[in-house]
Design a protein around this ligand. Structure first.
Ligand code: GLU
Length: 298
């Protein structure tokens, strides 16, 4: 089910400027652009530069240029997360007031020891499932990070491409970090606050991010924010079978021949190869997208 109305549709592409776009990131960018256009909606770009140690100088400008080369132009000026800390702080304050966020004094070692003491092995994608130690208070220990108190039970959500999804966030992730020990805002909080504040109705992004959705819906519910509709796009895999990334040798996207770059992304999305001009190709894919997702035509 689509949630946004045709008029109210607002979508976004939200790259982290850790480097230039690669072939995999263009798939998500093209899909979110096509979905916005196919709905007659607006398409925004948000630069997700909260994790400053991972960002590289100049990457955001290169990304915006690569998108422009491909004819993917945002309808509003791009927003930068690094200038929005005050909004994330307001959200954290609200969660603390509601008893849904708490300070945590645990180091990684403390968490490992607490998990071992419970006789458990709880690690997932290299992240430890937080055992909830500081829910009961810090004792005399100094606060390091802030965590979200997750709600128990299985959360169900619908992905427009993948179908029904579910996750028990408490069991699989545990109370996750909202503000890190190094003072940086965590992706989960920033993305939820920004999507709501920018009025995003439809999220179209890579499938590697699908696993975050249940956490983000829990945060939306706690902050009384609307839940957008979700569509997670197929991933481009590197030679090691993992998602294409800088770590497994993804090359920066070459946009000197934009149609070639766009065609490669379109094929991953199940759209057909196009010749002609870039504008003709984008129009053809928009029609195909409209047909494959049963969206009304103008
Ligand atoms: N900034 C995230 C990334 O580049 C994407 C966030 C999102 O689309 O929700 O992986």
């Amino acid at each position: 089910m689509l949630t946004g109305t045709k008029l109210g549709y607002r979508g976004r592409f939200a790259p982290s400027p850790t480097g230039p776009l690669h072939a995999g990131s263009l798939v998500a960018a093209l899909a979110s652009w096509l979905d916005a256009r196919a709905h007659g909606g607006r398409w925004l770009v948000r630069i997700e530069d909260v994790d400053t140690p991972r960002c590289t100088t100049g990457a955001a400008q290169i990304i915006l240029q690569q998108l422009a080369d491909c004819g993917l132009l945002p309808d509003e000026a791009p927003v930068w997360q690094s200038s929005r800390g005050h909004l994330y702080q307001l959200a954290l304050d609200q969660l603390v007031k509601q008893g849904r966020a708490y300070a945590c004094a645990c180091s990684r070692k403390d968490i490992e020891q607490a998990i071992a003491a419970q006789g458990l092995q709880r690690e997932r994608h290299g992240e430890l499932v937080y055992p909830g130690t500081c829910r009961a208070g810090l004792g005399a220990r100094p606060a390091r990070a802030w965590r979200f108190k997750v709600a128990p039970g299985v959360l169900h959500w619908e992905d427009r491409r993948l179908g029904p999804q579910q996750q028990d966030v408490e069991d699989h992730v545990g109370d996750f970090v909202l503000k890190r020990a190094d003072g940086l805002w965590a992706y989960q909080l920033a993305v939820v606050v920004d999507d709501a504040q920018q009025g995003i109705t439809h999220i179209v992004r890579g499938q590697d991010l699908a696993d975050n959705t249940a956490r983000q819906i829990q945060l939306q519910q706690a902050l009384q924010l609307p839940t957008p509709s979700y569509l997670h796009t197929p991933l481009v895999l590197g030679p090691d079978g993992e998602k294409l990334s800088k770590q497994n040798g993804a090359q920066p996207l070459d946009t000197s021949d934009p149609l070639r770059a766009l065609n490669a992304a379109a094929l991953v999305l199940g759209l057909s190869e196009q010749t002609g001009t870039r504008a003709q190709a984008l129009a053809a894919w928009q029609a195909q997208w409209q047909a494959s997702y049963n969206l009304p035509r103008d």
